[in-house]
Design a binder for this molecule. Structure first.
Ligand code: ADP
Length: 498
């Protein structure tokens, strides 16, 4: 190759490396990275090696001087370590950058978390296993008036007292307890600090999961101020207590009033019964005399009477008979009501009592065209008063016949129900409206539109109920108006006084 061509190539190489050197020197590396200056210097030195070699070649090949040629080899040896060192430094710089970015990210997240925790309406604290407060957010500091002690460590105020807790075995805000690691869920605790009482709902859970079993592990504590809720609850409890007290007082007052009224009523009732009994007794003798004389005159023994007189006398005799019946029943009711019905228990065959009653009423039933049937499971016996029992059954069967139109029927059943005996009297009669079903057991109660009530006293069922009570039993009624009624008497199989 011609000498000038070689020189020309050397010049080109020299300028090319010089430009590369300028470019390297002008390169703006990240100045936040402490390695960027070293990298720039290493690259600049590596390119400078070739600038020097190209310059030495120009001088040599142009025949000017070969003085630099002997240094060329030493300089060239430097190139590879310089580049290797630059590459290694670049790698270190990249690692440094990654670490720095991660730290920045961590810082940003930490800042965000701190901001969230600090603005939270929940008080949050961290108690270490040594029993010191490692962290408390703004709400915790404000609520518990936490103070920074020497060396900026947080301290519980000296006057903080836990007045009461739901769970007496745990004091939710005792640092000693929390240092051990406590699990709490919404434990209400009233604390007082700075003369102010605050109700807190405290939750906490142990911190260290890798602590040895039984060793202190510290706790993370969260609490919410529930003072308003607790005050409202307390208010409600107070109001409830006041209300109960008022209610109790009112009930006591009313009971006293009722007892007084009851006493008065008892006196009035006794007076009424005595009055009825006395009046009835007083009426019985003159009424018997009226009836007796009317019948005597009717018999014609004292002298003849005309037809009109006989008619009038018959009315007198019938009316006095009716009045006598009423007086008899009044006296009977008074006797039962005042507890004077004497129960004489004996071995009673219930079906025989029923048969006896039916035989007695049969003529009236035949006259009214009503069929009376007795259904019995066989021999049913009871230790009871046969006379009183017969009186009740007689009343019920005669009512059934009286309030059943002709061609109707009355069925009397005798049943054993465990320790009880039942006699039911069912008719296909007029029935009783629901509104009247309880009322007809009251003395003198009759159903207004029942034509057949005429002639009755309205005392029969009242007597039945009282007699049933006297036998230790009860009478009840089921009835559908227009379809019929069923009266049921239930008495214990064995009468026991008291
Ligand atoms: P009374 O002497 O009037 O029959 P009760 O006390 O025996 O008195 O009956 C009261 C009223 O109950 C009767 O007047 C009648 O209106 C009604 N009553 C009683 N038994 C029956 C029945 N089996 N069917 C329909 N009504 C009845």
């Amino acid at each position: 190759m011609a000498g000038w061509v070689v020189v020309a190539l050397d010049v080109i190489a020299f300028f090319a490396f010089s430009i590369a050197l300028v470019l390297v020197l002008r390169e703006r590396f990240e100045n936040s990275n402490p390695y960027s200056g070293v990298i720039k210097l290493l690259f600049a030195l590596a390119v400078l090696v070739y600038v020097f070699v190209a310059f030495s070649n120009i001088l040599e090949h142009a025949g000017i001087t070969a003085v630099l040629d002997e240094y060329e080899d030493y300089v060239e040896i430097l190139f590879v370590p310089l580049i290797a060192y630059a590459v290694y430094t670049m790698h270190t710089a990249r690692l440094y950058n990654d670490a720095r970015r991660a730290a920045e990210l961590l810082n940003a997240e930490h800042g965000l978390l701190t901001a969230i925790i600090d603005t939270s309406p929940t008080g949050i604290m961290l108690v270490t296993s040594a029993g010191t407060l490692a962290f408390a957010n703004d709400m915790a500091r404000e609520t518990l008036r936490l103070q920074s002690g020497p060396g900026e460590s947080l301290q519980m105020p000296d006057d903080l007292t836990c007045l009461s807790t739901q769970d007496s075995s745990v004091r939710p805000l005792s640092l000693e307890g929390l240092a051990r690691g406590v699990t709490l869920f919404g434990s209400t605790c009233i604390v007082e600090t700075g003369g102010k009482k605050v109700a807190l709902s405290v939750s906490s859970s142990p911190l260290g999961t890798d602590a040895a079993p039984g060793a202190p592990q510290g706790s993370v504590v969260a609490f919410v101020d529930v003072t308003e809720r607790e005050e409202a609850r307390q208010g409600l409890l107070d109001a409830q207590a006041r209300y109960s007290l008022d209610l109790e007082r009112t009930v006591d007052e009313r009971t006293v009033e009722l007892l007084a009224v009851n006493r008065e009523l008892g006196t009035v009732n006794r007076a009424k019964r005595e009055f009825v009994a006395n009046v009835s007794h007083e009426l019985k003798t003159p009424l018997s005399a009226v009836r007796g004389f009317a019948e005597l005159l009717l018999s014609g023994a004292p002298g003849p009477i005309n037809a009109e007189q006989a008619k009038q006398l018959q009315i007198v005799a019938d009316s006095s008979q009716e009045l006598l019946a009423l007086v008899e029943r009044l006296l009977e009711l008074e006797r039962v009501e005042s507890g004077h019905a004497v129960v004489t228990p004996s071995h009673v065959e219930l079906d025989q009592v029923v048969e006896g009653v039916v035989d007695l009423i049969e003529p009236l039933a035949r006259e009214r065209g009503v069929k009376v049937v007795v259904e019995s499971v066989g021999s049913v016996v009871a230790e009871t008063d046969a006379g009183l029992l017969g009186q009740i059954v007689r009343n019920l069967v005669s009512n059934a016949v009286k309030f059943t139109p002709s061609n109707g029927s009355v069925t009397v059943k005798v049943l054993e129900v465990g320790e009880y005996r039942r006699i039911s009297v069912a008719d296909t009669g007029v029935g009783i409206a629901t509104a009247d079903q309880e009322r007809i057991f009251e003395p003198f109660a009759q159903v207004a539109d029942s034509a057949a009530t005429r002639g009755g006293t309205g005392l029969g069922l009242a007597i039945c109920r009282e007699l049933a009570h006297a036998l230790g039993g009860s009478v009840w009624l089921k009835s559908v108006p227009g379809e019929g009624s069923t009266f049921t008497l239930e008495i214990p199989a064995r009468f026991s006084a008291g």
